[in-house]
Ligand binder design. Structure first.
Ligand code: P53
Length: 476
């Protein structure tokens, strides 16, 4: 017995905008992902004003899953996937976001996609908003700084819950809703919330306001789901990078605690249906006056999630400094390098033990079922002359994380539903827009410049993961 439940949900995870392509097919509208150019490690993706001719927008064609999904799902089935996590591109269902009626061609696409999964006994696990909200909602409404978006999102959620209730049981509302804790950079505010800041604007309260509207929208979506079909399970989705103190100096410990408060309060609201006192006190200290109504509070209390989905790639470390007497966490300034762990080529700190720690942290705080819906190693793969990819480093990364996951379940007693490694097929990186930052068990012949045949081929990790699933990770 490996310790994982017999019905443990092994699978893989992707997001619509990172693999589908077909950005204008079937009536699809322009999403925020469609106006982001390709960047690189240390080179931010440019967010353009609309789509500008001549620029490289890697999400437009991505890996053409829109046309090739049948072949790809067949490969997932061959690996033995029990589930497949993807997102519904909001812009396929509501191309502009504020329409009264949905787009039937978009709805039909996901019907066909889910049918194809179910044909192999693969259960779809669906994110409603994964960095791909309609761009029209940015230009016309200012993104999630506008309360009107609650209504648009809840309408979208209601339509897809109704349509797919007998095909999809597990849902998540907002992907990595807490990325926007990093509000000084342009990426997370835009991908999470469609926020574009004015020069000199005080970004922080705008981020809190947008996050509040999203949390209310999420809670209302949970309520709608329960009315449509009480069997539906709705989770949140948190980007978990546990933040360690650099040393055991008491101020470093307090700094780490504050950092955890500032990055993970989103989970408190999703799970407990109310704001933690430390955050309300922080708003007061900073003089942030947010639009939080009594109806909002009621909605939050009534729309608590059923499970916690989270991504885990890396841990962070922080340190108290003399110029920060309140020990306030600012993600763009407060992180330091952890000397005890290795880093990926993109500077992500590799820390399998941090996954066990994270599972315990969530379980101790919330006692809700946990679902690791992303984990993985973005790396440059080399294809040998015979076409094989010997990605032993990826196997080593995943194996080390699964071993820690097992300890959390077997020794620590955490309730873990499943594990879906990120980018199970190579796709466009969210952070950089690159193809060369690969995560897949399946290689896709496509390069950063857009060249390549798009042919799929299994890497060494493909049969390794197939074996992991087959044995329920008993021999790891
Ligand atoms: P990429 C930052 C930190 C942790 C996870 O990321 C993150 C990000 C944003 O880059 O994103 C999640 O592609 C996200 C996926 C994304 C994946 O992690 O930058 O949910 O969409 O592709 C990996 O290497």
């Amino acid at each position: 017995m490996s310790g994982f439940k017999a019905n443990f949900m092994w699978g893989g995870a992707v997001a619509a905008h990172q693999l589908e392509g077909g950005w204008q097919e079937g009536g699809k509208g322009v999403s925020v992902a469609d106006v982001m150019t390709a960047g690189a490690h240390g080179v931010a993706r440019e967010i353009t004003d609309g789509v500008i001719a001549g620029k490289n927008y890697p999400n437009h064609d991505a890996i053409d899953f829109y046309h090739r999904y049948k072949d790809d799902i067949k490969l997932f089935a061959e690996m033995g996937f029990k589930c497949f996590r993807t997102s519904i591109a909001w812009t396929r269902i509501f191309p502009l976001g504020d329409e009264a009626q949905p787009n039937e061609a978009g709805l039909q696409f996901y019907d066909d996609l889910f049918d194809e999964c179910l044909k192999y006994g693969i259960e779809p696990v669906i994110t409603l908003s994964h960095f791909e909200m309609p761009y029209h909602l940015v230009t016309e409404y200012g993104g999630w700084r506008n309360r009107k978006l609650i209504e648009f999102f809840v309408r979208f959620a209601g339509v897809v819950f109704t349509r797919y209730q007998h095909k999809v049981k597990y849902w998540m509302t907002f992907n990595e809703i807490n990325n926007q804790a990093n509000y000084h950079e342009d990426f997370a505010p835009f991908t999470n919330s469609g926020l574009k800041y004015q020069p000199g604007e005080d970004r922080e309260p705008v981020m809190y306001q947008a996050a509040h509207y999203e949390l209310v929208a999420s809670a209302l979506a949970v309520k709608v789901a329960r009315e449509i079909n009480p069997a539906l399970q709705i989770g949140c989705m948190i980007a978990m990078c546990p933040i360690y103190p650099l040393t055991c100096a008491p101020d470093d410990m307090m700094m780490a605690m504050n950092a955890m408060h500032r990055r993970y309060w989103f989970t408190d609201v999703h799970v407990r249906g109310k704001y933690p006192r430390h955050l309300l006190n922080y708003f007061a200290r900073r003089g942030f006056k947010l639009d939080i109504t009594e109806e909002d509070r009621q909605a939050l209390a009534e729309g608590c999630v059923d499970y916690i989905g989270f991504s885990y790639y890396m841990s962070f470390a922080t340190q108290a400094t003399a110029d920060n007497p309140e020990l306030d966490y600012d993600e763009s300034k407060s992180l330091v390098s952890n000397p005890y762990v290795q880093k990926s080529d993109w500077g992500w700190q590799i820390d399998p033990v941090g996954l066990r720690y994270s599972l315990n942290w969530f379980w101790d705080h919330y006692q809700l079922p946990l679902f690791i819906v992303e984990n993985g190693f973005g790396a440059i793969d080399v294809r040998e002359s015979d076409g094989t990819v010997n990605d032993q480093y990826r196997i080593d990364y995943l194996a080390a994380h699964i071993r820690e996951m097992k300890k959390a379940v077997v020794e620590d007693g955490v309730d873990l539903m499943g594990y879906t490694p990120w980018g199970c097929i190579d796709l466009v990186s969210a952070g950089t827009g690159e193809m060369k930052k690969r995560y897949g068990f399946i290689y896709v012949d496509k390069n950063n410049d857009g060249s390549g045949t798009l042919a799929r081929s299994p890497k060494k990790s493909f049969s390794w993961y197939q074996n992991v699933i087959q044995t329920n990770a008993e021999y790891l």
